[in-house]
Design a protein around this ligand. Structure first.
Ligand code: SF4
Ligand code: SF4
Length: 379
C-alpha cells in the first residue's frame, strides 16, 4: 500500500467506503475490516447513519481504533428508520454523538460537513450555527480536521477557498468529470448535456488546480460511478473500464490523496487492491477516454441513497439496485428475487409523492422506476 498525507495525517491511497456494509452482518463487516487492515487500508468513510452499520463498524475497529483514519459525517442523521440529511441542529448533534458512541471513539479524524451540493446551502452552512458547531467540535478536538463532501465542483471550489476546510470528498471519475458544471438545477436540464463527452470539463481542472494552490486535499467517492463504468452495457464509453483504470484516474487528479472504493466483499476489495501492483499499461484509461461517446449519467441511479427519506420508508437505492440487476435477465435470478423480497418495504408502497426526486442529484425518475419495479417483481 502507498500512503499520502492529508493535513499531516497519513492515509492509504485506497480507502474503505463502507456504505455497502449497511446490509451486512457483523461477521461480514469484520471480515472486510480485517482484510483492509491486512492490506494497509487505513482510511474509512462512514457517512451512513444506520445505527446497525455504525455499531458493526465500531465493534470491528474497536481493538485498533488508532490504526484507522475516519471520515465521519456531520449532518447525516437517522430518523424514523431512514437516512435523513439535515441541518436541523438538534438532530445533527444527536447523530454525531451517536456516531462517536457507536464507533467506540471519542474523536473523528476528519469531520465531514455532509453532502452540500448547492451554493446557497453552502453559504448558509458556513455562516450559520452549523459551522459554529463544527468549529466547536474542532476546538475541543472531537474532530481533528474539517472536511466537506459534495458532488458539485462549484461548491467544492468555494470550500477549497475556505482556509478552515482541509479536505473535500467529491465524486470523480472519467465520466462525471466530463459533465458540465452541476449546480443541482442543471442536473435537470437536458440541454446541458448536448456536448459530447469527449473532454474534461474546465471547471473540474480548475477545481483540481485550486486545491493544489490552496493545499486542500481531495478524497474521491464514486470512482466507478456506482459500478456503471465497470460494465460495457452501462458505461457511457460503451466499453468497460477496469477498477484499476478508474482508481488510477481518481488518484492522478491533482490533490487527490485517496480513493474511497465502495466494495461489497473481500473479492471486490481485492480487485481494487490489485491497483497497487498493476502495470502502467493496466492503469492506462486514456484509450477509453479517447473514444468517449455522447452520453450522460443523467437519469441513471448510482445507488447513492441521497433521495431518502421516503414517507413510505422505501429504501429507494436498494430497490433501484435490485431492479437494475433483475431487468437485464430474461427471468429474474432467484438470488435477486430473494434480496428484493427481504427488503422491509417494496416498490408497491410508493405513493408517488415525488419528494425523493427533488433530492436526487442524478435526476432519476424514481416514481416511474418504482412503477416499473412493481411490474417486474409483482409487488
Ligand atoms: S415518490 Fe415513492 S419512493 Fe419517492 S419518496 Fe414518494 S413514496 Fe417514496
Ligand atoms: S435515485 Fe438518485 S438519489 Fe436515489 S439512490 Fe439513485 S441516484 Fe441516488
Amino acid at each position: 500500500m502507498k500512503y499520502n498525507s492529508i493535513a499531516g495525517v497519513r492515509v492509504s491511497q485506497i480507502g474503505f467506503g463502507a456504505e455497502w456494509m449497511e446490509s451486512k452482518t457483523y461477521d461480514e463487516v469484520k471480515e472486510m475490516v480485517d482484510c483492509c487492515c491486512d492490506n494497509g487500508v487505513n482510511l474509512l468513510d462512514c457517512w451512513m447513519s444506520d445505527p446497525m452499520v455504525r455499531s458493526n463498524l465500531g465493534k470491528a475497529i474497536r481493538d485498533n481504533r488508532k490504526y484507522w483514519r475516519i471520515q465521519g459525517h456531520i449532518g447525516s442523521t437517522w430518523q424514523n428508520n431512514q437516512y435523513v440529511r439535515t441541518r436541523q441542529m438538534d438532530k445533527v448533534k444527536e447523530a454525531f454523538s451517536d456516531l462517536l458512541e457507536r464507533l467506540n471513539t471519542d474523536y473523528i479524524d476528519f469531520g465531514m460537513i455532509h453532502y452540500v451540493d448547492e451554493v446557497t446551502e453552502y453559504d448558509e452552512i458556513i455562516n450559520g450555527e452549523f459551522m459554529e458547531y463544527v468549529y466547536k467540535l474542532k476546538d475541543d478536538e472531537t474532530i481533528h480536521h474539517i472536511g466537506l463532501s459534495t458532488h458539485n465542483p462549484v461548491v467544492a471550489m468555494k470550500a477549497a477557498m475556505n482556509e478552515d476546510i482541509e479536505l473535500i470528498m467529491i465524486s470523480a471519475n472519467p465520466a462525471f468529470d466530463m459533465m458540465p458544471p452541476v449546480v443541482l438545477d442543471d442536473y435537470f436540464d437536458k440541454d446541458k448535456y448536448d456536448d459530447s463527452l469527449n473532454k474534461l470539463q474546465p471547471i473540474r481542472n480548475k477545481l483540481y488546480q485550486l486545491c493544489e494552490d490552496t493545499d486542500t486535499s481531495i478524497t474521491v467517492m464514486k470512482p466507478f460511478a456506482g459500478g456503471r463504468l465497470l460494465n460495457e452495457n452501462d458505461s457511457p464509453f460503451e466499453t468497460a473500464l477496469t477498477p484499476v483504470q478508474c482508481i488510477h484516474y481518481a488518484l492522478t487528479r491533482p490533490s487527490s490523496k485517496s480513493v474511497l472504493v465502495g466494495v461489497e466483499n473481500v473479492d471486490e476489495l481485492g480487485m481494487a487492491l490489485s491497483y497497487m501492483d498493476a502495470s502502467n499499461e493496466d492503469r492506462d484509461y486514456n484509450r477509453i477516454l479517447a473514444t468517449a461517446k455522447k452520453h450522460s449519467f443523467m437519469g441513471s441511479c448510482t445507488y447513492c441513497g441521497h433521495c431518502s427519506p421516503c414517507p413510505s420508508e422505501i429504501n429507494i437505492a436498494m430497490v433501484n439496485k435490485f431492479y437494475d440487476l433483475a431487468v437485464i435477465h430474461d427471468t429474474i435470478p432467484s438470488s435477486i428475487a430473494e434480496h428484493y423480497e427481504n427488503l422491509a418495504v417494496h416498490a408497491d408502497s410508493c405513493i408517488g409523492c415525488g419528494e425523493c426526486m427533488t433530492r436526487c442529484p442524478f435526476g432519476v425518475d424514481i416514481v416511474d422506476l418504482m412503477s416499473r419495479t412493481r411490474e417486474l417483481f409483482g409487488y
